[in-house]
Design a protein around this ligand. Structure first.
Ligand code: IMP
Length: 430
C-alpha cells in the first residue's frame, strides 16, 4: 500500500521504531504526524543505537525523506541536537532530506516551565507527563495563540515570542513557579529561526505530490492508542491524536489518501505504561522485575525520554481489540516476544468482569477502568530462546499458540514478530 500508518496499540513504547525501521527499507518518505519530543524511538543498527525523539526513525535509511508534519509540536533545541547527532553518524539531514511543516507548532522554554509547574500543582493526581511542554504547546494551539514554524519567518516573530513568554509568566506566577526572562528566549529562537528556515515547507503538498508520483509514505505514530486525547485513558493521556486516522490530519493528507492506506498496529507481547492512569493487568514484585528488566540493557523497560521505570503487566486483549477498532488496524506487529521465553505460564486478559457480567467491549471506552476486573486465560509458556528464530515455523508451539490467541482476540492477523533488539531479529509471517 502507498501509505502505511504505524501506530502503537497500547500506551506507547511498543517498539514502533523497530517496526518502522523494517518498513522504511521499502519506503520513500517517513513522516511523523503527532506529538513532539515526548516520544522516544530506539533503533539498533549493528553496534550503533539511535535514540530519536523528534526526527522520524526512517531517516536512518539513505533513500528516505523525513517529514515532521503539521500535527506536531517541535522543540527546535531537541531537533538541532538530533540533527547534529545524525550528522556525526554520517546520516544526512540536509534540507532536502528533512522537511518541516510550516503549520507545526513551536515548543518554547515557557511551555516546558508551564508543563512542570502544572504537574507540580496537580500533586498526587498528576498525569506523569514527560515535562517536555507538550500539553501547554497544544493548549496554545487550541486557544489559537500558538506560534507556528511559519511564524519564525515573519518580521514580528520576536515580538510575538516575547509576548508569549510574558503571558506564560502570568500563569507561572499564579502557580508560584519561577518566571522566565523573555530576552534570552528571543535571542535563542532568532538563531533557531535561521537554521529552521531552509527546512520549512508545505509538507502536505509534498506528500500529495509523492503519492501521485507513485511513491510510498510511512507514517510513524508516536505514543499509543491508549494515550490518544480522544480515545485514550483520559485524562491520563497525551495532548495529540495518536491513532491512525490522526495521520490524515497531522500530515494534511485528506480522505483520498485513506483509500490507499493500511494500518499496522504495534503491540508488545505484554503490556507497559509510563506515568499515571489505569492499568488493569498491571503486575508487581518479582514478576514485574522479570518483565521490566534491571535497566542494564537499552531494551529494558525504562523510558527512552525520561528514564522512568515503566509499569508492566500481562497483555490486555480487551484494550487490544479496542485499539484495532479505533485505528482501523489490519495487521499486527508483535514486539519483545523473546522477553516471555522461560516463563512457565502466561496470562492473557480476554475480558473484563463487572457486577458479575463479562465485557469484551467497554460501554464508555477506557477512561474509567476502575469498576472492571480482568478475566485471564492461562496459556503454557515456552522454555526455548527464540532470539535466533527467523521463520514462523521455527517458533515454539506454545509461542505460536499465544500469538494465535492474540490474533483471535484482536480480530486481525499477526504479520511481524520481533524476537530481539537487532534489526534482523524479526519473523515475517508472510
Ligand atoms: P506528555 O505527552 O508529556 O504530556 O505526557 C502525557 C502522558 O503520556 C504521560 O503519562 C506520559 O508518560 C505519556 N507519554 C508521553 N509520551 C510517551 C511516549 O512516547 N511513550 C510512552 N508514554 C508517553
Amino acid at each position: 500500500m502507498p501509505l502505511q500508518v504505524i501506530v502503537g496499540a497500547q500506551w506507547g513504547d511498543e517498539g514502533k521504531g523497530r517496526i518502522v525501521d523494517w518498513f522504511a527499507a521499502q519506503a520513500d518518505f517517513s513522516a511523523r504526524f503527532n506529538g513532539g519530543d515526548n516520544a522516544g524511538h530506539t533503533v539498533t543498527v549493528g553496534s550503533r543505537i539511535f535514540k530519536l525523539h523528534l526526527i522520524p526513525s526512517g531517516i536512518i535509511h539513505p533513500q528516505i525523506v523525513a517529514i515532521l508534519g503539521n500535527g506536531m509540536v517541535i522543540n527546535p533545541s531537541t531537533l538541532f541536537d538530533e540533527m547534529d547527532l545524525l550528522n556525526q553518524a554520517g546520516i544526512s539531514v540536509s534540507p532536502e532530506r528533512l522537511r518541516l511543516s510550516y503549520a507545526a507548532h513551536l515548543i518554547t522554554p515557557a511551555h516546558q516551565a508551564l508543563d512542570k509547574a502544572l504537574e507540580a500543582s496537580r500533586g498526587k493526581g498528576n498525569i506523569g507527563t514527560t515535562g517536555r511542554g507538550i500539553g501547554p504547546a497544544y493548549t496554545d494551539k487550541a486557544a489559537r495563540r500558538g506560534l507556528r514554524l511559519a511564524d519564525t519567518l515573519a518580521p514580528n516573530f520576536c515580538e510575538r515570542l516575547h509576548n508569549h513568554v510574558v503571558d506564560a509568566n502570568r500563569i507561572l506566577g499564579m502557580l508560584g513557579a519561577p518566571e522566565l526572562d523573555p530576552a534570552p528566549v528571543c535571542e535563542h529562537y532568532q538563531e533557531y529561526a535561521a537554521r529552521l528556515k531552509p527546512h520549512i515547507a508545505d509538507t502536505s503538498l509534498e506528500l500529495h505530490a509523492a503519492l501521485q508520483a507513485g511513491k510510498t509514505i510511512l507514517a510513524e505514530g508516536a505514543q499509543g492508542t491508549l494515550l490518544d486525547i480522544d480515545f485514550g485513558t483520559y485524562p491520563f493521556v497525551t495532548s495529540s491524536s495518536t491513532t491512525a486516522p490522526g495521520a490524515l490530519i497531522g500530515l494534511g493528507l485528506g480522505l483520498v489518501a485513506a483509500e490507499v492506506a493500511r494500518g499496522i498496529g504495534v503491540v508488545k507481547a505484554f503490556q507497559t505504561r509510563v506515568g499515571s492512569g489505569p492499568f488493569p493487568t498491571e503486575v508487581f514484585d518479582d514478576l514485574a522485575l522479570r518483565l521490566r528488566g534491571t535497566g542494564e540493557h537499552p531494551w529494558d523497560e525504562y523510558g527512552t525520554t525520561t528514564g522512568r521505570p515503566r509499569r508492566v503487566g500481562w497483555l490486555d486483549g480487551v484494550l487490544l481489540r479496542y485499539a484495532v477498532r479505533i485505528n482501523g488496524i489490519s495487521e499486527l506487529a508483535v514486539t519483545k516476544l523473546d522477553i516471555l521465553s522461560g516463563l512457565e505460564n502466561i496470562q492473557l486478559c480476554t475480558a473484563y468482569r463487572c457486577d458479575g457480567k463479562l465485557f469484551t467491549d467497554l460501554p464508555f471506552g477506557p477512561a474509567d477502568l476502575s469498576p472492571y476486573e480482568p478475566v485471564y486465560e492461562q496459556l503454557p509458556g515456552w522454555k526455548e530462546n527464540v532470539s535466533a528464530v527467523r521463520t514462523w515455523a521455527g517458533l515454539p508451539l506454545a509461542a505460536k499458540a499465544y500469538l494465535e490467541r492474540m490474533t483471535s482476540l484482536a480480530g486481525v492477523p499477526v504479520r511481524l514478530v520481533s524476537v530481539g533488539p537487532e534489526r534482523e531479529q524479526i519473523v515475517n509471517r508472510q
